[in-house]
Design a protein around this ligand. Structure first.
Ligand code: AHM
Ligand code: MG
Length: 333
């Protein structure tokens, strides 16, 4: 049987009127950048790309060499195609404008170039996350305000996971679809049509070293899971924590479960740990498109009105019944 590539999938989506020509180009360019990042990630020490870059990003976090490389690859790949009005990145403080010598398009692209970068040096999966919005600026260069749209306005979202294989997972609002990189051919092959999150689950992901900082509803939920067959849930749960959101969410998407980086006393002042615009929103769109749910514990993530490009939020996402239970515990507390 002929293999369907990402290119063919996107052309068919365009013919069916589900994506515009510019959005198709945008996604293809992001996927091409992902291939380049994948090459760098997989070469590791051979290419001298491991370790610290010796700089801090806007959030005061030490940048890894690969953070910087992945960011440069995505910015450069997306500058000249004419499909974008501007970009925003975890690694760049201000809105990144399209250089004046290139034409501008109608979309805004946001990304976390290399998510889970604490895992790079230990050879554990990392990823790229991206979100696409329409440019709302009537004229002139887009500003930070142009990006301040709730996640439900995203026209596309996706991630790449650089694991034993490189996967590109995408939604344009018509389900979630996964593509595996064929390294010899250099193309993404359509391997995971209509990914859905299984309803029943026995797996959870949370950094439990923060347990003493959690709020009562999170303490209650996790305690019940840990009581297993002897507790109110009447079944045993298993725990996994990769510390790469992309890898943890990909597991949830593949075999169900719940992923949480909730509000706690440690991160209360900054609003949460994960970033709304290029981590929580795209993952929330993907999870909802796969039949799951995504909440802060108090509100649906996709309904949050952003007020800052690098805003942080609590994230609770995955199998719908579990997320709804955590939301109920918050309401009851
Ligand atoms: P990063 O974008 O700087 O890599 O940070 C985000 C990462 C997520 O991928 C992951 O879920 C979380 O931070 C892990 O945090 P912790 O080290 O507190 O477990
Ligand atoms: Mg990240």
């Amino acid at each position: 049987m002929a293999r369907v590539t990402l290119t063919q999938y996107l052309i068919e989506q365009q013919r069916a009127g589900r994506v515009t020509a510019d959005l198709r180009l945008l996604i293809e360019v992001v996927a091409r950048a992902v291939k380049a990042i994948s090459v760098n990630v997989s070469k590791g020490a051979l290419a001298g790309v491991l370790g610290e870059a010796g700089t801090d990003n806007v959030q005061g976090e030490a940048q890894k060499k690969l953070d910087v490389i992945a960011n440069e690859i995505l910015l450069q790949a997306n500058e000249w195609g004419g499909h974008l009005a501007a970009m925003a990145s975890e690694e760049v403080e201000e809105v990144h404008q399209i250089p004046f010598d290139y034409p501008k398009g109608g979309y805004l692209l946001l990304f976390d170039p290399l998510d889970g970068s604490s895992n790079i040096d230990v050879n554990i999966s990392v990823g790229t996350i991206f979100s696409v919005l329409r440019n709302t600026a009537a004229q002139g260069d887009p500003t930070e305000a142009s990006f301040m749209q709730p996640g439900r306005e995203q026209v596309a979202a996706g991630y790449a996971v650089y694991g034993p294989s490189t996967l590109f997972v995408l939604t344009v609002g018509t389900g979630v679809h996964g593509f595996t990189l064929d390294r010899e051919m250099g193309s993404f092959v359509y391997t995971h049509p209509f990914m859905t999150i299984p309803g029943a689950t026995q797996e959870y992901a949370i950094n439990s070293s923060n347990a003493r900082y959690w709020e009562p509803p999170v303490q209650r939920y996790i305690a019940e899971l840990q009581q297993g067959v002897d507790g109110p849930r009447g079944k045993n749960f298993n725990m996994r924590w990769v510390a790469s959101m992309v890898a943890d969410v990909h597991r949830v998407l593949t075999r169900g479960g719940i992923f949480m980086y909730p509000l706690d006393e440690k991160c209360r002042a900054s609003g949460g740990k994960l970033r709304l615009m290029y981590e929580a929103n795209p993952m929330a769109m993907i999870v909802e498109q796969a039949g799951g749910a995504a909440s802060t514990g108090r509100e649906r993530i996709l309904d949050l009105q952003p007020h800052k490009l690098h805003q942080r939020v609590p994230v609770i996402l995955g199998s719908k019944e579990e997320v709804e239970r955590v939301v109920r515990y918050h309401a009851e507390s």
